[in-house]
Design a protein around this ligand. Structure first.
Ligand SMILES: [Zn+2]
Length: 194
């Protein structure tokens, strides 16, 4: 079990809004515990934690979405997520923020120094779907809701091409049925208060 935030003081813990990309090296970790964190995003590198079986970001109320790379953690069976905080959650249907328009080239974009408030991460290296270097391709970001571990999670995809978006799985019933770019134009199924 790995609980990177436990030894921090409450003040230190509040300052930590993301995890470093070096989490990619934690390939032996089976259970990642981020209980009560102030995290606002998890980097795509979590996809390299290939032995992850259990993911516990519970009561991290600022964590509204996860990187699509989480689906690469094939052993992941259990998650404990504060689902009411999630974009698209079926009880409340918080709206998905609008994403940037897709672009066929990233010439005008420094993908090693992005504004995470706009792009969801500060560095995008590879396509979330096919792993092709984004530097050689375009960048098309979409949201998709998929079952991961125990929950249906909103995932951010950094795709290199529309073709990679076309290969994404079909979301479960009760969620926006296709990948989408968020914003007010996206109609979600009605909230289920029951
Ligand atoms: Zn791709």
């Amino acid at each position: 079990m790995f609980q990177p935030l436990v030894e921090l003081s409450p003040t230190e813990r509040r300052q930590i809004v993301t995890l470093p990309p070096t989490i990619a090296k934690l390939t032996d970790v089976k259970h990642l515990v981020l209980y009560g964190s102030n995290l606002v995003r998890i980097p795509p590198e979590i996809g390299a934690m290939t032995n992850l079986e259990e993911f516990t970001p519970y009561t991290s109320h600022r964590l509204h979405w996860f990187p699509y790379e989480l689906t690469r953690c094939r052993q992941l069976k259990a998650s404990t997520v504060s689902t009411r905080s999630l974009y698209g959650n079926f009880k409340i249907r918080p709206p998905f923020p609008p994403l940037q328009p897709g672009r066929a080239s990233i010439r005008d974009l420094d993908i090693s120094d992005l504004d995470p408030k706009v792009w969801g991460t500060d560095v995008i290296q590879a396509c979330s779907v096919c792993s092709r270097p984004i530097a050689e391709a375009g960048l098309y970001q979409v949201w998709i809701s998929l079952r991961v571990g125990t929950d249906t999670l909103p995932l951010l995809v950094n795709a290199c091409s529309p073709a990679c978006i076309d290969t994404l799985p079909i979301p479960p019933d009760g969620y926006v049925p296709t990948p989408h770019t968020g914003g007010s134009g996206i109609a979600q199924p009605r909230a289920d208060y029951s």
